[in-house]
Design a protein around this ligand. Structure first.
Ligand code: ATP
Ligand code: MG
Length: 598
């Protein structure tokens, strides 16, 4: 391609709308243009990158035995009602764009395709002989993200590859999952990215196990906790660890004490000269269930620890059956204003006890009349602990479960693991933290969708059984930007060769110089004939401008027919590391043909 013929508009200044470097560079180098929040035009250069990624994804999917198809983006509400996800995806934190057509039928724009594919499976898969089966597609997804940001990282319209596997049993599903795991590793390696697979929370998709593929980069929205021995890595949303041992309690005698102005753990520990590991902290959360019911959740956790709200949401959802609810639509920590809406006698925060009586809640139609009391694992073994007394400026010290407070029947893990904690698999290993960009997420779904939607097959013995499913997402457009976030310098992008829009850029320093132009044209033709994708910068610009643009665009190799033409040589500059070498004109094609694989 000739730059003079291309829609190549580069910006010198950082656009105000961009916060992270990859987003700034994509805008500055003319790869994307924003139409509205979270909605972008993929300009020709980016489209080439996306096509490269798609080709790699496609070959690895086919290699793993998956077949490509294309599913509709407009999906009827009825399918989502069958799976029970219509409400969670359209209300509360819902991310599905929903609409009503002229016949008053409700539709959604596909944020994901479990329902549609399960519908296909229930109609077309009959027998174990058709299994295993894996179908995938590469397509635009729509999500009404509340905070679209960082360019392609969190768009409202973006390209995803999604695959769905169907197996006869759990063991088959695990094999299909392993194949996809390997395919994802291959894809990310071939794209030239440094990544890490991590254990992940399964979220609203559901199912038993899941892993995310994180591209490691400082600007990543996700935090990953891992151990140096390589045995453990998990998204912080999912991570587990051993909490530090509690310091022994100095309070031998149980006693309700006057503790003025001790609403925070810090002020309380200062006042009592004790360690936060001896405090039982009691927090109130408001959980709105998909039935519209609000449940107040009292979480008791050790004073030095924090609540992981993803784990808490999952724990409440698991118990929501007790309240005729299926899932948590919204979880918020209750503040003092909230309290005034449902408390019969508000108590200042910081003084609540684990046994706060249920009659503290005023009777209200959409409010569950009892607390859901959850005890984190960290509090159960504490003895002679400190906690609130349901009275302002007072705390219990030296309290025990089964004495001053009811014995704990059941515990949950809702604690946030932190860097510095000991690992569960080996306490010698200390968790470390890294930032990552989630580019892929693979799930062992099991029979959640097949059961709800009646997708079954007949086994060898003639029994009808639900299909065992897996699903596998990969953010193609997010991956493109993640590559830049991971690979750039202060001058611009540095594309890994495998996904660069072009491999080579010929920058002619002076278009008035006939010798330079002649060699550039000759090389341009020869390289293209050799199948090497080449950009020719034949614009009538100054050399400085062209070199700046070449750096900004991040094309892996730049050829400059300049001073060394006198010796019949050109300069070849590698974008990464800016290594420059002189190569005889006649050997340029061979140079690129013989590049080591990267
Ligand atoms: P996130 O946690 O980042 O919101 P998710 O868990 O909702 O993502 P999945 O439903 O697992 O994502 O989707 C599969 C993949 O699609 C993700 O791993 C990510 O690469 C990509 N993806 C998801 N949401 C977006 C988005 N808004 N913009 C661009 N890519 C996205
Ligand atoms: Mg995810």
């Amino acid at each position: 391609m000739r730059c003079s013929r291309m829609l190549l508009v580069t910006l010198r200044e950082d656009p105000a709308e961009a916060e992270i470097i990859s987003h700034k560079l994509l805008l500055r180098a003319g790869y994307i243009r924003r139409v509205s929040p979270g909605i972008y035009v993929y300009l020709p250069l980016l489209w080439r990158v996306l096509q490269k990624i798609i080709n790699i994804v496609r070959t690895e999917m086919e290699k793993a035995g998956a077949q490509e198809c294309l599913l509709p983006q407009l999906q009827p509400a009825s399918l989502w009602q069958e799976s029970g996800r219509w409400d969670t995806y359209t209300q509360g934190e819902g991310i599905m764009f929903a609409l009503t057509d002229r016949q008053q039928r409700e539709l959604g724009l596909g944020p994901t395709h479990e329902e549609v594919i399960t519908d296909v499976a229930r109609h077309l898969i009959r027998s174990y002989r058709q299994l295993p089966l894996n179908l995938y597609q590469i397509q635009t997804k729509f999500r009404d993200e509340i905070r679209p940001r960082f360019g392609l990282m969190r768009g409202r319209e973006f390209i995803m590859k999604d695959a769905y596997s169907f197996d006869a049993d759990e063991a088959g599903m695990k094999q299909s999952y392993e194949k996809m795991y390997q395919a994802y590793c291959n894809i990310l390696e071939r794209c030239g990215l440094s990544y890490r697979p991590v254990q992940a929370d399964s979220g609203a998709i559901g199912g038993s196990g899941s892993q995310e593929f994180m591209v490691l980069a400082q600007a990543g929205e996700d935090e990953v906790l891992y151990t140096p021995d390589g045995q453990y890595a998990a998204n912080v949303e999912k991570a587990v660890s051993l909490p530090p041992e509690p310091v022994p309690s100095p309070f031998a005698q149980p006693e309700k004490k006057f503790t003025p102005n001790t609403a925070t753990i810090e002020s309380l520990c200062d006042y009592l000269h004790c360690s936060p590991t001896q405090v039982v902290k009691n927090l109130l959360y408001q959980a709105v269930l998909d039935t519209g019911l609000m449940v107040l959740v009292m979480v008791s956790i050790r004073g030095d620890q924090e609540v992981n709200e993803v784990k808490l949401t999952n724990a409440i959802s698991r118990l929501a059956g007790d309240f005729q609810g299926g899932q948590v639509l919204k979880l918020t920590i209750a503040d003092q204003d909230n309290q005034n809406q449902w408390a019969s006698q508000p108590i200042p925060w910081g003084y609540l006890a684990p046994d706060l009586p249920d009659d503290y809640l005023q009777k209200q139609p959409r409010l569950h009349p009892q607390f859901l009391r959850l005890f984190d694992e960290t509090v159960v073994r504490l003895t002679h602990f400190v906690t609130g007394a349901n009275q302002v400026d007072h705390h219990w010290v030296g309290a025990n479960w089964g004495q001053q407070f009811p014995a704990i029947q059941q515990t949950v893990d809702v604690r946030k693991a932190r860097p510095g904690d000991q690992a569960v698999h080996n306490p010698q290993q200390i968790l470390e933290s890294a930032r990552g960009i989630e580019v892929g997420h693979i799930f062992q779904l099991g029979t959640k969708y097949s059961q709800r939607m009646g997708a079954t097959y007949t086994n060898e013995q003639g029994q009808e059984l639900p299909l065992v499913m897996g699903c596998y997402g990969l953010g193609v457009s997010r991956l493109a930007q993640a590559a830049i976030e991971q690979s750039h310098d202060d001058q611009g992008m540095i594309w890994p060769a495998a996904i660069a829009p072009y491999l080579v850029m010929i920058s002619v320093p002076n278009m008035q110089d006939a010798a330079q132009v002649a060699v550039a044209e000759e090389l341009y033709q020869a390289l293209q004939q050799a199948g090497i994708e080449t950009l020719l910068d034949d614009r009538p610009e100054r050399a400085g401008v062209k070199f700046k643009d070449a750096d900004l665009l991040g094309i892996p190799y730049r050829i400059v027919p300049g001073r060394s033409l006198a010796q019949n040589k050109v300069e070849i500059v590698t974008r990464k590391g800016r290594v420059s070498q002189e190569v005889p004109v006649a050997e340029v094609v061979r140079f690129f043909r013989e590049l080591p694989p990267q």
